[in-house]
Design a protein around this ligand. Structure first.
Ligand code: G6P
Ligand code: MG
Length: 229
C-alpha cells in the first residue's frame, strides 16, 4: 500500500516551491533508466535496480561512472565522452514525442494551486534537457525561475542548484520547500537548508521531512498556508 510519512515539524508560511523535474513533475526517470539500461547492455551487463536508483538526480557523467563501476568497468576519458553522448542520444529518442500526457499525477493541480496562492515557483533540475521538456509538456509558464544543468554545473547532492533556485525567486532557502524523487536531491536540498518533500518511497527518501507517493498526496497547505494559522 502507498505510504505517506510525515516526520513532523512542518510549518506554514513557506514562500517558494522548488521542483525537481524528472520523476517529480514528468515521468522521465523511466526514460533515463531505459537509456542507461541500453548502455549497460552494450557493455554486456544488466543494470541493477539499486544502481538505477543511485543514478537518479545525479549528473550525466556521475551516473555513467556509477553504472560502469557497478560492473567493474573502467572507461578511458574518451570512452566516457562517447558513452555519455550515446546515453543522451538514447534518452532524446525516448522523449522525442513527450507531451502533457507524461506529466505525473498532481503535477498540474499542484502548480495551479501554488500559483493561485502567490507562492514563488522554481525548477531545480540537474538535467541539460529540462528546458525542452518544460516546453513540450506545457508547464514552463508556471515557473518564476528555471535552474537546470545548463545553469549550474555542480551535480546534486551539491546544494548549488537549490540555492540558485531560491535566490532567483528572492526567497530564503529556509522558506523554500523542495520536491524531490532522488536521494541525491533530498540530500542537496537539505544541505541548502530547504524543507524537503520526497516523492516516492520512504525507504529511499528517509532524509526528507515528509515523503509521499506522488504530488497528489502532498497536503501543500501544511507548508504554504498563511503562517500562524
Ligand atoms: C536529472 C535526472 C538524472 C540525470 C540528470 C542529468 O537529475 O534525474 O537521472 O542523470 O538529470 O540529465 P541530462 O538530461 O543532462 O543527462
Ligand atoms: Mg528527479
Amino acid at each position: 500500500m502507498a505510504e505517506t510519512i510525515n516526520q513532523g515539524g512542518v510549518r506554514r508560511g513557506h514562500r517558494a516551491a522548488v521542483f525537481d523535474l524528472d520523476g517529480v513533475l514528468v515521468d522521465t526517470a523511466v526514460h533515463h533508466r531505459a537509456a542507461w539500461q541500453k548502455i549497460s547492455a552494450e557493455y554486456g551487463f544488466d543494470l541493477s535496480a539499486e544502481t538505477a536508483e543511485a543514478t537518479k538526480g545525479v549528473g550525466r557523467f556521475e551516473a555513467l561512472d556509477l553504472v560502469m563501476r557497478s560492473a567493474g568497468i573502467k572507461l578511458s576519458e574518451s570512452e566516457r565522452m562517447t558513452a555519455a553522448a550515446r546515453k543522451n542520444e538514447y534518452y532524446l529518442d525516448l522523449i522525442a514525442d513527450i507531451s502533457p500526457a507524461e506529466l505525473l499525477p498532481g503535477a498540474v493541480s499542484t502548480l495551479q494551486s501554488l500559483d493561485s496562492l502567490g507562492v514563488r515557483i522554481a525548477l531545480a533540475s540537474g538535467s541539460k534537457n529540462a528546458g525542452g521538456i518544460l516546453d513540450r509538456t506545457g508547464i514552463r509558464d508556471f515557473f518564476d525561475a528555471v535552474v537546470d544543468g545548463t545553469v549550474v554545473a555542480a551535480p546534486k547532492p551539491d546544494p548549488a542548484v537549490f540555492l540558485e533556485a531560491a535566490r532567483r525567486v528572492g526567497v530564503s532557502p529556509a522558506d523554500s520547500v523542495v520536491f524531490e524523487d532522488a536521494a541525491a536531491g533530498v540530500e542537496g536540498a537539505n544541505r541548502a537548508g530547504c524543507t524537503t518533500v520526497g516523492i516516492g518511497l520512504p525507504a529511499v527518501l528517509s532524509a526528507a521531512r515528509l515523503v509521499a507517493p506522488s504530488l497528489l498526496e502532498v497536503d501543500w497547505t501544511a507548508f504554504f498556508g498563511p503562517a500562524g494559522v
